[in-house]
Design a binder for this molecule. Structure first.
Ligand SMILES: Nc1nc2c(c(=O)[nH]1)N[C@H]1C(S)=C(S)[C@@H](COP(=O)(O)OP(=O)(O)OC[C@H]3O[C@@H](n4cnc5c(=O)[nH]c(N)nc54)[C@H](O)[C@@H]3O)O[C@H]1N2
Ligand SMILES: Nc1nc2c(c(=O)[nH]1)N[C@H]1C(S)=C(S)[C@@H](COP(=O)(O)OP(=O)(O)OC[C@H]3O[C@@H](n4cnc5c(=O)[nH]c(N)nc54)[C@H](O)[C@@H]3O)O[C@H]1N2
Ligand code: SF4
Ligand SMILES: [Mo]
Length: 697
């Protein structure tokens, strides 16, 4: 048996794994001792990673759909067909008629290749990925206020904080190793404050839990800052030295009624005063936040409101203190850094800047995309309007994970050509004209960037199953068929060298340098050859930070007589994303029944519902059937569902009302009606999605 060092393929914590390899198979994993993030530990998902990539249930050869059925095909036949499909769309509609959705689970090398393929081969800026429905408001909000949307600190900084503020993140479940670290910090004396409408595990253990009303973040955050400014608790020196004029924000907040903020968020003034005092007076407050801030139509303004609080108190730019969007996917930080966003090239170089376009055109030896690109949801809308004709999706399952599933299905149906590059036959892959088999993380070399900007090496431990290949190799072959030879890299290391040559914040990185330590945190350049564990120490990328006035925006769809319940969505510790990997593990699968609707016991009693009884849930966009799980984690009147289960896809219900700035859909709030199924009647599985679970594929 060999042990090959790697990085966990699930969440953005980026824990260090050892892959145990025997007879060409990964037979298990072990934690990497001495890893700076995971410190010799893994969560249940990390331990189960070998199931996620098991050859059973993996795609092993290209598939072509004929008369509604898939048949196996050779790479040559499948790639010729894909090239033809993309070429016809280009002939018909030009570069705006094609799009690429990239994969935050794949490597930096794969993601770099995806945006290069879009821009240099298809000449289109229609390139995006799941960050759109995740932390796009962080990228938009923090780049306005600070000039960078990444975590300002390292995970290890939690050890130095004396106050930890967690807003809208279920950390023990979703970033388990960070959650554990926060609890250790609390045990040594740090104050833990959690802001969440649900009593999460962390909220129950916290010193203070502010159980705010769903969607009232700005009211709460503005209330806190108004109290701080009214009492002179702000950090005047930091404001004077590091920030632009706070006067307009001061005037905006002074004009607000504290009682109204308190009523809007449902937290008493005395409680707000207590937290305002503790946060502003802490020596080092570590602020972390997640989807409870971003997944709203007010997402960008929510981020700005939190950034205002942090800046006014000077709680940023030192060890133990800063603002930390907990990036979700193992490589979502990397997919953004690599420019898999319509508006930026690698390293956040603006696509609208002619000098940036000229730089990449020269380096790539070809013309690049000129027109602005569409976001992922923009591409779905364009498909329905007949404007987008062909779409290449690399490792995402929008049919299950995007809002308003019925709308996504209509978008797919309207396309001329859909190609999906995947590990397994997801709900989305089942809709494709051609499916191409990709190599998983243990089957390829490359790098992942975790949520603290740490670029870490993953290594090929085993051969991919059957004919599967790395995404970048597949894209390189396609590029060649479309007449571009500039993507035929020798190996992942050569590809990484191209990345570092064109991305200033990566310029001092190389595979040997990454291997010497446990990775390097960007910016890693001539000025910071050992990387940057903490950002914004002396100055912000935009010079002085900006404090911007924002006002409470209610959720798009409030409960009413027809749809009387507020509905939100969440994650479960034992499952991940669309479930296509975690649901292959019998160990994880036995932890929770498939598809659950969480409901307060008193709401259930009013409807005469017993534990685990079947219900039909309906929103303005669709319906599903599932079972109820009683819990007082939720306030009365609010229901919640995880989104991991293909049998009961909560995105049939969710609302795609969008944040005007980042285009984030409101995945955390809509309104639903609930109808009990007769006792004893099992809920029917979602029709149309798939009659099989991933576990049985
Ligand atoms: N086990 C597991 N871990 C994961 C994932 C997974 O699928 N499974 N996915 C990964 C990904 S992609 C991501 S992005 C991260 C996400 O990790 P989190 O950000 O923790 O994601 P969620 O559980 O969706 O939402 C976080 C919290 O927001 C709260 N919330 C809802 N509305 C509001 C509100 O109005 N205000 C506030 N303050 N809070 C609110 C919810 O109650 C919930 O506890 O997790 C990553 N880790
Ligand atoms: N209702 C609701 N919906 C949500 C959310 C929510 O909180 N509520 N959260 C949203 C968030 S934050 C996110 S990030 C999205 C996530 O949505 P998705 O990105 O669609 O979810 P994943 O399950 O991570 O799907 C990734 C797919 O990538 C494949 N994959 C893994 N590694 C590779 C690789 O190396 N190459 C290729 N080609 N494929 C690979 C896996 O097989 C898997 O099927 O979901 C969003 N949807
Ligand atoms: S915390 Fe995240 S990265 Fe670490 S083992 Fe768990 S899923 Fe993997
Ligand atoms: Mo995410």
């Amino acid at each position: 048996m060999r042990v090959v060092p790697s990085i966990c393929t699930f969440c953005g914590v980026g824990c260090g794994l050892g892959l145990r390899v025997e007879d060409g198979r990964v037979i298990g994993v072990e934690p990497q001792p001495g890893h700076p993030v995971s410190q010799g530990q893994l969560c249940a998902k990390g331990w189960a990673s070998s199931f996620a990539i098991d050859p059973h249930g993996r795609l092993t050869q290209p598939l072509i759909k004929e008369h509604g059925q898939f048949r196996p095909a050779s790479w040559d036949e499948a790639l010729d067909l894909v090239a033809d499909g993309l070429r016809s769309a280009l002939d018909e509609r030009g570069p705006s008629g094609v799009g690429v959705i990239s994969c935050a689970r794949a490597t930096n090398e794969d993601n770099y290749a995806a945006q290069k393929f879009a821009r240099a081969v298809l000449k289109s800026n229609n390139i995006d990925h799941c960050a759109r429905i995740c932390h796009s408001p962080s990228v938009a909000g923090l780049s306005r206020t600070l000039g960078s949307g990444a975590m300002s600190n390292s995970i290890a900084d939690i050890d130095q904080a004396d106050l930890i503020l967690v807003v809208g993140a279920d950390v023990t479940e979703n970033h388990a190793m960070i959650g554990a670290r926060m609890l250790r910090a609390q045990a040594r004396g740090a104050t833990l404050v959690v802001v969440d409408p649900r009593k999460t595990r962390l909220a129950r253990l916290a010193d203070i839990h502010l159980q705010l009303r769903l969607g009232s973040n700005i009211a709460l955050l503005n209330g806190l800052l108004q109290i701080i400014l009214a009492n002179g608790w702000e950090n005047a020196a930091f404001l004077a030295e590091r920030c632009a004029d706070i006067a307009p924000l001061r005037r905006h907040l002074a004009a607000l009624s504290l009682e109204q903020c308190s009523a809007q968020c449902g937290i008493g003034v005395a409680e707000l005063e207590r937290v305002a005092y503790l946060f502003s007076q802490a020596k080092a407050a570590f602020t972390a936040y997640g989807m409870g801030i971003t997944q709203f139509q007010s997402g960008t303004n929510n981020v700005i409101a939190l950034s205002n609080l942090v800046l006014a108190c000077g709680q940023i730019g030192r060890p133990g203190t800063g603002i930390n969007p907990l990036r979700g996917q193992n490589n979502v930080q990397g997919a953004c850094d690599m420019g898999c966003l319509p508006n930026v090239y690698p390293g956040y170089q603006e696509a609208s800047d002619p000098a940036v376009r000229a730089k990449f055109a020269a380096a790539w030896g070809t013309e690049v995309a000129q027109a602005p690109g569409l976001t992922s949801l923009g591409m779905m809308h364009a498909a329905q309007q007949g404007e987008l004709r062909a779409l290449l999706i690399m490792g995402e399952d929008p049919l299950q994970t995007d809002p308003d599933q019925n709308q996504v299905a209509r978008a797919f149906a309207a396309l001329d050509f859909l190609v999906v590059v995947e590990l397994s036959l997801t709900a989305t892959a089942q809709q494709a004209d051609v499916v191409l088999p990709a190599a998983a993380f243990a089957e390829k070399d490359g790098t992942f960037t975790n949520c603290e900007r740490r670029v870490q090496r993953i290594r090929q431990a085993i051969a991919p199953p059957g004919l599967a290949r790395s995404d970048w190799q597949i894209l390189g072959e396609l590029a060649a068929r479309l007449g571009y030879a500039g993507m035929a890299w020798r190996d992942a290391e050569a590809l990484f060298a191209e990345i570092t040559a064109l991305t200033p914040s990566f310029s001092a990185m190389s595979y040997p340098a990454l291997e010497a330590k446990h990775g390097l945190q960007w910016p890693c350049d001539a000025e910071h050859p050992r990387g940057s564990p903490i950002l914004h120490r002396q100055r912000f990328p935009i010079g002085r930070a900006r404090l911007l006035a924002v006002s409470q925006v209610d959720v798009d769809e409030l409960p009413d007589a027809e749809y009387p319940f507020a509905f939100t969505t969440q994650r479960l510790h034992f499952h991940y994303g669309c479930g296509s990997m975690t649901r292959k593990s019998p160990l994880l699968e036995r932890e929770t029944p498939a598809g659950l609707l969480f409901i307060h016991p008193m709401d259930a009693a009013e409807l005469g519902l017993a534990q685990h009884q079947g219900v039909r849930v309906r929103s303005r966009r669709g319906f599903l059937e599932t079972r109820i799980e009683l819990t007082d984690d939720l306030p009365r009147g609010t229901l919640s569902m995880p989104y991991h289960f293909i049998e009961a896809p909560c995105n049939r219900l969710t609302n795609d009302a969008q944040d005007p700035i980042s285009k984030m859909p409101e995945l955390k709030a809509c309104a639903v009606a609930l109808q009990p199924l007769p006792p004893g009647q099992a809920p029917s599985r979602a029709a149309g999605a798939s009659e099989v679970t991933h576990a049985s594929l």
